[in-house]
Design a protein around this ligand. Structure first.
Ligand SMILES: [Zn+2]
Length: 285
């Protein structure tokens, strides 16, 4: 099960009778139309929900909260209607009488096929701030080491899944994972002549945005180290990442310069892909 980013994990409709419905159906032409018709006939009012149809399987999942207060035929009727459709594999229904319902049916949450948890950005910021409060500047080391390990771990999983060659060739797309995860809205800048160093712009970066709101001038510790760990593991070489612009210092966007660590430059230069000059030698580094 994949959660899109805007899915609600609960529904609150005071005084109403709610249901959570999870329908698994074969991913075939017209399936959604037949499903919609059954919902309409059951007079169920769909609230928030999501639909996912992963490539790896022919089974699609449609999941939603519903207000069933005014559904005269009830959920057993709806379930029967849905199961009578030939493409429906299963229908699971849970109900709540008191207008409040938490999504408990989608455990565990998956991210790219792996077990994941969802954490609010504010909660993570609170944890980071607590580290600063307790350890002062020593917090930088703790956050740095923790985040670098996380970045390396993410990269290793990608390499396990797709291979090292794919990871280096798809670097731009992979760095977009930071957007998908909600860390920041990221984009990459490169100079015309060289693949590295590159600049990662992180708009609305969660940790700096929170600090800027509180007028705390403190550059990124978490994202910077995560990016360094990620790049280092993707290329199996040490990288340096420095934040050259930061919203906490009045800049429009946080920007990170990503470069090979000095010791890695000579050996890695010849293996990096170069989209601008495929035949270029390592001399530009
Ligand atoms: Zn920043």
């Amino acid at each position: 099960m994949h959660y899109p980013k805007d899915v609600e994990i609960w529904e609150h409709a005071p005084g109403r009778k709610l249901a959570e419905v999870v329908v698994r159906m074969r991913n075939q032409k017209g399936a959604l139309a037949k499903f919609s018709q059954a919902i309409n006939e059951g007079q169920v009012n769909m609230l928030t929900g999501f639909f996912t149809a992963p490539n790896a399987t022919n089974i699609a999942t449609l999941s939603f909260f519903a207000d069933i207060t005014d559904a005269p035929l009830g959920m057993s009727d709806l379930k029967k209607r849905l199961l009578s459709l030939d493409m429906i594999e299963s229908v699971d229904v849970m109900t709540a009488e008191d207008g409040f319902m938490v999504d408990k049916q989608h455990f565990p949450v998956q991210w790219a096929g792996r077990r994941a948890i969802v954490m609010r950005a504010e909660a993570l910021n609170e944890m980071l701030n607590r580290l600063w409060a307790v350890f002062g500047t020593g917090a930088v080391t703790i956050v740095d080491q923790m985040a670098e390990a996380m970045g390396r771990h993410s990269a290793k999983e990608i390499i396990e899944d797709f291979g090292a060659k794919f990871a280096t060739e798809q670097l731009d797309e992979l760095i977009g994972t930071y957007s998908a995860l909600g860390y920041a809205d990221v984009s990459i800048e490169r100079s015309r002549s060289s693949e590295l160093p590159l600049v990662v712009n992180a708009k609305e970066l969660f940790e700096c945005e929170a600090n800027a709101k509180q007028k705390v001038v403190r550059r990124s510790a978490f994202f910077r180290a995560h990016l360094r760990g990620f790049m280092s593991a993707i290329f199996d070489k040490d990288f340096d990442v420095s934040e050259v612009q930061c919203v906490t210092e009045g800049d429009d966007v946080c920007s990170f310069r990503v470069a090979l660590a000095e010791s890695s430059v000579p050996r890695l230069a010849s293996v990096l892909p170069d989209r601008h000059h495929p035949d270029a030698t390592q001399s530009k580094f």
